[in-house]
Design a protein around this ligand. Structure first.
Ligand SMILES: Cc1cc2nc3c(=O)[nH]c(=O)nc-3n(C[C@H](O)[C@H](O)[C@H](O)COP(=O)(O)OP(=O)(O)OC[C@H]3O[C@@H](n4cnc5c(N)ncnc54)[C@H](O)[C@@H]3O)c2cc1C
Length: 355
């Protein structure tokens, strides 16, 4: 008999003691854990990789990570991004340990913004203004300046780990092969949150075929000129994301579907430096010295049709799915956490009333 075989399907710990179980300790799992703990729920996170770990499949260790409004998203999704901005701004203003910083931005557009473009973000960022011709390179259609937020993941993930521990959350480092394995580990829990990123492609009882790996490779260039972000918006996908607290800028980018190589592709790296130099010649020289360069490789947990965020009843349990955030997990994170808390509150309310 297994350790938990004597326990039947229904949760049997009182409401206030039964932990919410989160699979995954990336930015989505950790932001959700923090928010649940702040709302008074006991929380346990189970994950193969924890804040501070480095593996290319652990996307949250490698992100840029800039807050940039996404185009082509729904009104609800815009609001998730807006909530994230509000929470990150407070961290930037009050808590330098968070690794979140306010930076100037120059965004250059190859074409005038179409319907449902990223321009909705002007109501969220600070000091938004359209640049006048002459203020931006002549090969662009238009340009914007504003203040936004950048998150240094090398500081933010350990900061979140510390916060979660201080709020009474627990981490268990473990790989599981299915959600079923988690139900067996925690028979007393009724709510499980799947924040496993690209893991949802292979978990045996999830196997979401819409999930796909999208490799990113960036150049980190060490420099003191690290307080302005440059973003090229159009057919060419180029950014210079400052990381003021690590004294450097992240140059990118590239998206390679289903490529899982952990090795630096020097052709890509050279191309990124060339593009970044064209975009921000005042920051990135044409040939930066080799000893100022290092390389970042990570797999974005992308999903055809966009991310999954829903709550479903599976037997006696509620399973909340929050994965597939591709290249925008940081910009969505705290808004998603906020929404997941609402789903958890609703499910636990129903559990309590039925009891
Ligand atoms: C180069 C690069 C640049 C980026 N730039 C930006 C940016 O500028 N702005 C932005 O918003 N986003 C950016 N992103 C995207 C961002 O990094 C991701 O969207 C985000 O990190 C996804 O977070 P997550 O928590 O869903 O997944 P992850 O961080 O991948 O975490 C998944 C977690 O689930 C665990 N897990 C998975 N399967 C299992 C299993 N079977 N058993 C146990 N544990 C499991 C993992 O161990 C891990 O803890 C970038 C990404 C890359 C690669």
């Amino acid at each position: 008999m297994g350790q938990f075989d004597h326990i039947n399907d229904a949760p049997n710990l009182p409401f206030s003691q039964r932990p919410i179980i989160i699979l995954g300790a990336g930015i989505i799992g950790c932001a959700t854990a923090r928010q649940l703990l702040l709302n008074g729920f006991p929380v346990i996170l189970v994950a193969e990789y924890l804040p501070g770990d480095q593996d290319i499949r652990y996307a949250s260790a490698w992100a840029g990570a800039a807050w940039h409004s996404a185009g082509g998203i729904t009104a609800d999704q815009r609001y998730f991004q807006a909530i994230t901005h509000r929470i990150l701004l407070k961290m930037a203003q009050e808590d330098p340990e968070s690794g979140v910083a306010i930076v100037d931005t120059r965004e250059y557009l190859e074409q005038a913004p179409g319907p449902n473009s990223a321009i909705w973000g002007r109501s969220v960022v600070s000091k938004f203004r359209e640049l006048k011709p002459g203020e931006f390179p002549p090969n662009f259609n238009c340009a914007w300046a504003y203040e936004t937020l950048v998150t240094d993941p090398t500081l933010h993930m350990p900061y979140l780990r510390k916060q979660i521990n201080a709020l009474g959350g627990h981490f268990i480092q473990k790989r599981v092969e299915s959600l079923e394995e988690l139900y067996k580990m925690f028979p007393e829990s009724s709510i499980f949150i799947n924040a496993s990123g690209i893991g949802s492609k292979v978990l045996s009882d999830v196997k979401d075929e819409n999930c796909f790996a999208e490799r990113g490779q960036n150049v980190f260039y060490r420099t003191d000129k690290c307080d302005t972000m440059y973003f090229r918006n159009g057919k060419e996908y180029t950014y210079v994301i400052p990381r003021p607290m690590s004294k450097g800028v992240v140059l990118g980018g590239v998206k390679q579907q289903d490529n899982l190589s952990p090795d630096v592709d020097m052709d890509i790296a050279r191309d990124e430096i060339t593009r970044a130099h064209r975009l921000a010649p005042g920051i990135v020289p044409e040939n930066p010295p080799e000893d100022t360069l290092s390389y970042i490789i990570g797999i974005r947990p992308s999903r055809k049709g966009g991310f999954r965020l829903d709550s479903e009843q599976i037997g006696a349990r509620t399973v909340v799915s929050a994965y597939g955030f591709g290249g925008g997990g940081y910009a969505f994170s705290y808004g998603i956490a906020h929404e997941v808390v609402k789903m958890v509150e609703k499910a636990e309310r129903e559990n309590v009333i039925e009891e």
